[in-house]
Design a protein around this ligand. Structure first.
Ligand code: KIV
Ligand code: ZN
Length: 519
């Protein structure tokens, strides 16, 4: 039996961005879109153009800069949304408009206040308008998994007749089980007369932890496209995880007789990129891309692995993009080795960037014996972050003791005008060392902000591991996120706080006020 090729529709930049606190700026979105194209996904849903001017711009930028892949924009079934989506998408090499309208009884009655006939009319009008702009149109009956089967068949048939080339079946609230989702798709395959004129897609949310299982059940029953996100990020508990569904199909081709065009070796670098940009950490035991996904702890497993890896390993770490050994470089490694490793991790560095990263690498190697891939990724990300920053960290000197107010002397560099200037201030305030350093930064930069979120996690393993701090600050009702990495947690906190403050002048805030598609 030959394999079917399942299309991968990535919605990291749209549904993924609806994860609380996961907003990305324009440059970051284009960087992720390029990484998704390199990963080999078929369709990138770049955003919801009418949601905000920022969303419009990012869909337009992705559409004009990323080639070789279909670029999609979301729209509700109304003229203004569809026209705006087309405006953003029209320069794409392969544009797709994705229109959606809720169909379940609960949405019809309480949200839309429309009866079944009105829903069908509105869906048909939306698809027709989109089809007037481009020949690749996707229609989603929102909350399809809770829609009466007969009515779902009616809407899907009408949408295809109106010009939909893909019909996407969302489990919007993550309510379905695999058997249920399988039967929803089977019902459409068996009962919609024109179903062969469109690709059936599936879009599962993970509220019950079943998004991947439900998507696979849909594939088994005839779906030819899966909608998913990197690391499974998305609304509430997230979406179907791209890396999991792709590797399930690849590893179990004997069962599914299906595969995708994804270059699986790019999964880990893409996962790291999305995690670094969004600040949403990947849990250690996350299937496929988690740090422990291929770590064998039990002695009996290790023994089996040494004799024959296939005894306990159903996939090879290198197949998903982990390097064979994670322990890579040390004090004596040279710039070329570092550059080579950074390239393998998915970074494209200029000679100047490599030189800066190499100097920081040497400083790190003095403090830390073993340098892991994750350390290198953190150093490179830190370098990319600070390059455009006006304020940078130079040094601090702190004295603190239980019960006493900490005293900190902080020096920052300011890149303003021709000559960078160093500014030093001493502050005796705060509840502890981190608070004191934040107050010193505010005193030097002149920005008074509120810290709304602060988290720290270790980048690699061991007592000397680097700590990565993520902060979210609020300034004049807008939120800005920053990250910083160091073996010294106070310095990492200072770097993160400064990174967030540096975003204030350019207005690079976390978008909070944009329209969400479910509203
Ligand atoms: O979950 C959902 O129903 C959606 C639609 C907009 C496709 O994201
Ligand atoms: Zn969704």
């Amino acid at each position: 039996m030959s394999n079917r090729t399942i299309r991968i529709f990535d919605t990291t930049l749209r549904d993924g961005e609806q994860s609380p606190g996961a907003s990305m700026n324009l440059t970051e979105k284009v960087e992720i879109a390029r990484a998704l194209a390199d990963l080999g996904v078929d369709i990138i849903e770049a955003g919801f153009p009418i949601a905000s001017p920022g969303d419009f711009e990012s869909v337009r930028d992705v559409a004009s800069n990323v080639r070789g892949v279909t670029i999609c924009g979301l729209a509700r079934c109304n003229d203004a949304d569809i026209d705006r989506a087309w405006e953003a998408l029209k320069c794409a090499e392969h544009p797709r408009i994705h229109v959606f309208l809720a169909t379940s009884a609960i949405h019809r009655e309480f949200k839309l206040k429309m009866d079944k006939d009105e829903i069908v009319q509105r869906a048909v009008a939306g698809v027709r308008r989109a089809a007037g702009y481009c020949d690749d149109v996707e229609f989603s009956p929102e909350d399809a998994a809770r829609t009466e089967p007969d009515f779902l068949c009616r809407v899907v048939e009408a949408a295809i007749a109106a010009g939909a080339t893909t019909v996407n079946i969302p489990d919007t609230v993550g309510y379905a089980t695999p058997t249920h989702m399988g039967s929803v798709i089977r019902n459409l395959v068996q009962r919609v007369p024109n179903i062969d004129k469109a690709i059936i897609s599936v879009h599962c949310h993970n509220d019950l932890g079943l998004a991947v299982a439900n998507s696979l059940a849909a594939v088994e029953n005839g779906a030819g496209q899966v909608e998913c996100t990197i690391n499974g990020i998305g609304e509430r508990a997230g979406n179907c995880s791209l890396e999991e569904v792709v590797m399930a199909l690849r590893t179990r081709q004997d069962y599914y007789h299906a595969d995708t065009k994804v270059v699986s070796q790019r999964l880990v670098p893409t996962s790291r990129l999305v995690s670094n940009i969004t600040g949403l950490a990947v849990q250690r035991n996350k299937a496929i891309v988690g740090r422990n996904a291929f770590a064998h702890e039990a002695g009996i497993h290790q023994d089996g692995m040494l004799k024959e890896p296939r005894t306990y390993e159903i996939m090879r770490p290198e197949d998903v993009g982990f390097q064979h050994t994670d322990l890579v470089l040390g004090k004596h490694s040279g710039r070329a080795a570092l550059g080579d490793r950074a390239r393998k991790l998915g970074y494209r560095l200029t000679a100047e960037q490599l030189q800066e990263v190499f100097e920081n690498f040497k400083r790190l190697a003095d403090k830390k014996k073993e340098i892991y891939d994750s350390d290198i990724a953190a150093l490179v990300d830190q370098q990319i972050r600070v390059e455009t920053d006006a304020w940078s960290f130079v040094s601090y000197d702190m004295s603190t003791r239980t019960g006493d107010t900490p005293r900190v002397k902080l020096t920052l560099r300011h890149e303003a005008g021709e000559k960078p200037q160093e500014v030093t201030k001493e502050v005796a305030a705060g509840d502890g060392p981190v608070d004191a350093i934040f107050l010193a930064i505010e005193a030097i930069t002149g920005y008074e902000v509120h810290c709304r979120d602060f988290s720290v996690h270790s980048v690699s393993v061991g007592k000397d591991a680097q700590g990565e701090v993520t902060v979210e600050i609020e300034y004049r009702n807008r939120r800005f996120r920053g990250r910083g990495v160091s073996t010294d947690s106070v310095e990492a906190s200072a770097l993160a706080f400064l990174n967030a403050i540096n975003r204030i002048p350019s207005g690079d805030a976390i978008a909070q006020d944009k329209l969400q598609p479910y509203s």
